[in-house]
Design a protein around this ligand. Structure first.
Ligand code: HEM
Length: 416
């Protein structure tokens, strides 16, 4: 899949929770089931030194079209439907269970992105066409504490410090693993997710699942989708195909060559009070963000590509853009405070006939502490948008580089 966030952007322009490993009470499910067993057999063959052309081709398909091996689902064009599953390894897992989970995921995902089905999947008609689905797999902080792991977690791989506006709810907590699947067909998403979860049975247990949708962008919206507040969301992005690739992708680091091609993923579930928001007039809505609803232009300009002028004042001498609006608060204050956002909307029906609506806010960056946390802290301190938004879940993950031919996903980390 090609880089999507390439070329010019649409717009030019601590009290950290310690990563304490909870007591693992679960029983390791020794027996592998279905696909898991098959996939592990394949891996064991590889680790004894044999590999096949078919395996190499599968591995290569995890990568974006060119350049270093990187997982898809980051800079590839976001599908209109996405699904995330957070999973935990058993409480007494060692690196062997992690390895098993990664081998299983690697095998199944490599087949799906190639347009094939994993072996136990009999519903071939539901498999995506080659290149139609992007699958990304992330590791939570605690997997680096597993018995037998030698690779050390990067310092940024830890939960986002808790903020005053957080109101986290079960079950949206940090997990050991996350799997992200995105494509344009919701049936395909459902099928692929179901197969991946089933392949992991006995190895990793799902703790939560989140589904997101992003309206196909209208031509007049310049390829950017709208969230449930009606805003163009995801306009200002780093140019990841050019000079700003380093904001997202890590280079090899001393003693950790496996860091090359990794990235950090933050997933926040943010409830949005859409009903109250829709009772505001459009001026109040635009003031809260600092951009126009029609075309995303800054309130100091007319086109989406106009630069934001934070100094411009009106006839009363007040700044046209409220300094507490979302965009001026989120804009980088230091070099490198840039993140790649892939926002999706969610809507879940409640038992009382109403619905819970919001954003599955997903962002990627090379160093979560340096790039993401300062932005989140500023937004927590002051952001007009906070009146209508509440973070209800949060997780941070490291996405390993895509596997090199003959290796499984994350092998360089597990067997460092
Ligand atoms: C429900 C919650 C949120 C909504 C509705 C929202 C909406 C928006 C909108 C409409 C824009 C302007 C258009 C654009 O550039 O995409 C924007 C910009 C931005 N948002 Fe958010 N956002 C939310 C949460 C967050 C969070 C949690 C973060 C990070 C901690 C964040 C970071 C940013 C950044 C970095 C920009 C670009 C600022 C710039 O112009 O440089 N947003 N957001």
């Amino acid at each position: 899949m090609e880089n999507f966030f390439a070329g010019p952007c649409p717009v030019t322009s601590d009290d950290a929770t310690p990563a304490v490993r909870p007591t693992r009470r679960g029983v390791v499910a020794g027996a592998l089931s279905g696909l898991g067993a098959l996939a592990l057999t394949g891996c064991e063959a590889q680790s004894r030194g044999s590999s096949s052309a078919a395996t190499s081709a599968q591995r290569a398909s995890w990568t974006v079209a060119s350049g270093p091996p990187r997982q898809s689902g980051v800079t590839t064009k976001p599908g209109t439907h996405a699904h995330w599953v957070g999973l935990d390894l058993p409480d007494d897992a060692t690196k062997d269970e992690l390895r098993r989970a990664l081998v299983v995921l690697d095998d199944a995902a490599a087949r799906f992105v190639k347009g094939a089905s994993p072996l136990p999947d009999v519903a071939h008609e539901l498999a995506p066409r080659a290149g139609d689905v992007a699958i990304a797999v992330g590791l939570g902080p605690l997997v680096f504490d597993l018995d037998g792991m030698r690779a050390e977690a990067p310092a940024w791989l830890k939960p986002i410090p808790s903020m005053t506006l957080d109101d986290f709810e079960k079950p949206w907590k940090q997990t050991d693993l996350v799997v992200q699947v995105d494509t344009d067909n919701p049936v395909t998403v459902s099928h692929v997710v179901g197969q991946l979860v089933s392949a992991l049975k006995g190895t990793a247990t799902p703790r939560w699942q989140q589904r997101g949708f992003a309206a196909g962008a209208r031509p007049s919206d310049g390829g950017v989708t709208r969230n449930l507040f009606g805003q163009l969301d995801g306009m200002e992005q780093p140019n990841v195909a050019g000079t700003e690739a380093g904001h997202v992708w890590n280079a090899a680091q001393p003693g950790a060559s496996w860091m090359e091609g990794t990235t950090g993923m933050v997933i926040r579930r943010i409830r949005m009070d859409v009903d109250v928001w829709q009772s505001l007039d459009r001026t109040a809505q635009e003031n809260a963000i600092g951009r126009r609803l029609t075309n995303g232009a800054p309130l100091t300009g007319t086109k989406a590509t106009d630069p934001i002028d934070l100094e411009k004042t009106d006839e009363l001498g007040l700044t046209v853009i409220n300094p507490a609006a979302h965009v001026p608060r989120a804009m980088p204050k230091k070099t490198g405070e840039r993140i790649l956002r892939r926002p999706y909307s969610y809507e879940v029906a409640r038992d009382d006939g109403t619905s819970d609506r919001g954003l599955v806010f997903v962002a990627f960056c090379a160093d979560v502490v340096r790039q993401f946390v300062p932005i989140q802290q500023r937004l927590a301190e002051a952001d007009l948008l906070n009146t209508w938004t509440t973070p209800i879940g949060s997780g941070v993950y490291l996405l390993p580089a895509a596997p090199r031919p003959g290796r499984y996903l994350g092998q360089d980390i597990v067997e460092a």
